[in-house]
Design a protein. Structure first.
Length: 306
């Protein structure tokens, strides 16, 4: 049976909708024991459908259920409220669309409807379902300058950081990824409570992981070895069957180097470790995280460091 749950914001006295308090997703919080889940955002457009297909195929190896979330972006605080780019379906049409989608899925699924800004609705769903990942599609923004792009993924990272898988609308296949490129900056990092779930994800996919370290100085074997050691300390590669490969590159622009390496012919997924400084502040759109998210030809898994 499909469950469609409505999540509402706080109604102001003059009729305006104001998002309720943003649920805090604490890295120290211990989620209750439950079957793993994947939270998928949908607006019923092409990119969202591609992400749903991808998540459905990913759920199989993980033994996960899906949580399908549609957010009616009717908040006056939404920066895209008046651009005409948002789905404008009424309540009945949304329920019908969700029912149609979920009835054709081959994995367990629950559907929910939220209102207002996406980041608030996602944070609320995360606080209740504790998904392994939040999955969303990346629409076509190639004709828009990066400085003008304010995508859902970037907004979510700034508002409520959580492991996020972004699937480009141009993906030629939605089969589960296996060839994984893990890009690191050479500095120690921790994933907090999410380390175990991501380790299980990589193991369940039988991932073949390559650790990429991009440096502005001359590449050396020592650089690659140090990067691999930092990854191993997190435990992410503990349960992998295939040996972890390393790759070190010298490049003045790390994002361009990552995009150059992460070609569909060689890799199925690129993983980024996003530090708070990379998704906070006015220069966010110039960060490595943002550049790879906006332009990668393969899905991007962003893991916020703590």
């Amino acid at each position: 049976m499909i469950k469609i749950r409505a999540i509402t914001d706080v109604a102001h006295a003059d009729g305006r909708r104001i998002p309720g308090p943003l649920p805090v997703v604490s890295p120290l919080a211990q989620p209750p024991l439950m079957a793993p889940s994947l939270l998928i955002l949908t607006d019923f457009f092409l990119a969202a459908n591609r992400a749903l297909d991808y998540a459905t195929n990913l759920a199989g190896p993980l033994g996960a259920r899906l949580v399908l979330l549609h957010v009616r972006r009717d908040s006056i605080l939404d920066p895209e409220m008046f651009t005409g780019e948002l789905s404008n379906l009424n309540k009945e049409a949304v329920a019908l669309a969700l029912s149609s989608i979920t009835s054709n899925l081959s994995v367990p699924v629950v559907a929910e409807v939220g209102h207002g800004r996406v980041a608030y609705a996602v944070a609320d769903a995360v606080s209740r379902h504790h998904p392994t990942l939040v999955v969303l599609g990346r629409p076509n923004t190639e004709a828009t300058p990066d400085e003008l792009v304010s995508t859902t993924a970037l907004d979510m990272l700034r508002t409520a950081p959580y492991p996020m898988l972004v699937v480009p609308h141009t993906m030629p296949t939605t089969k589960p990824p296996r060839r994984v490129l893990l890009a690191v900056d050479g500095e120690p990092f921790s994933l907090g409570q999410h380390a175990g779930a991501i380790r299980h994800l990589l193991a369940a996919l039988h991932a073949e992981v390559t650790v990429l370290h991009v440096t502005e100085k001359s590449a050396a074997a020592e650089s690659a070895a140090a990067a691999l050691e930092m990854v191993q300390r997190t435990g992410l590669t503990t349960d992998l069957v295939s040996p972890v490969r390393t790759l070190s590159m010298t490049a003045p622009a790390p994002a361009e180097a990552i995009l150059q390496v992460a070609r569909p012919a060689d890799y199925d997924l690129v993983v980024l470790i996003a530090r708070p400084r990379s998704f906070l502040g006015e220069l966010f759109h110039h960060s490595v995280t943002a550049q790879v998210l906006l332009h990668s030809a393969v899905p991007v898994l962003v893991l916020p460091a703590v």
